[in-house]
Write a protein that binds this ligand. Sequence first.
Ligand code: NAP
Length: 320
Amino acid sequence: MSKSKHKGEARAPRLGYVGLGIMGGAMCRNLLDAGHAVSVWNRTAEKAEALVPHGAALCDSPAAVAAQSDVVFLNVTDTADVEQVLFSVMGVAAGSNEKRGLVVVDHSTISPVATKDFAERLHEYGIVLLDAPVSGGDVGAKNGTLSIMVGGPPEVFEEVLPLLEVVGGAVTHVGPAGSGQVCKACNQVAVLGALLGATEALALSTKLGLDPAKMIEVVSAGAGGSWQLNKLGPKIVKGDLEPGFFVDYLLKDLGIVAESAAHAGLPLPVTSAGAQLMRAASARGLGKKGTQAVSAAVEALGGFSFADAAVYGEDGETEG
Ligand code: NAP
């Protein structure tokens, strides 16, 4: 199959979508806008109904979606939710009618260990699972520019690649079943480390009286620069904690990291300490704020406020 984002391509597969939240809703809309026929189901029906004017066909269960589809996309919250929409009485597996060749593409961020198990159980129904978690947030989902990391059989990946390229900007096959979820877990470890490095650098500059904006500018130009420092650093300085990516969602993903590391017998001491700081932010009622809200936990530990940062004018005078 060649890459196509255009309407009217011959022999297009029939698509299904289960889980139409922030990410799934936007990604499904991009598939519809590209001219694909998509059957949809969402636990809260209104979110599925909102896609009907855009061409979606409403179904009353994941089983009904599977019965009408060649490829079913999932985008639900956590491991137990994926298990439920796959294997419950009215789940995808039940609806496949042992029809051979159904492909399930799971865009949720869940456990790599459970994903391998799900792939084996789906195989019993003649269903192939691709784990395909994404990075790039709600903006990437709306713009169709997500980074997608895919695990599963390479030949099936090649078959669905044109569909993944409708919703993603960078789509990469990274290995067998579960590998996409491993890659996403690695992504979250790297995100956490960079975020906490940026936050502690800002804490040090604030406490020692260096203008944090100047620190961000200079450090970003060198080896200490990162997306987290550039994009979230200024928000921390301004006290802007609006999401972005929720503290509680990163905590969910760090639970997956901890489970995976324990499974591998691997200590991750820096990540573990970082996860405690994220938990402290959540415990302070900031779970639905952006991940930069970890700055509140760093402030509490240090007994200072980022709002107290010295800000210098062009003549070098302190403004406040
Ligand atoms: P969301 O807006 O909360 O949507 C979650 C969806 O899952 C909703 O459609 C929800 O149905 C459905 N769901 C949850 N549990 C279910 C269950 N047991 N049975 C059936 N449906 C269930 O979350 P989101 O931001 O779209 O995130 C979806 C996935 O993408 C998560 O794994 C998340 O970690 C990952 N992700 C998110 C982002 C981001 O920036 N948001 C970025 C990368 C990856 P209802 O509508 O009925 O609640």
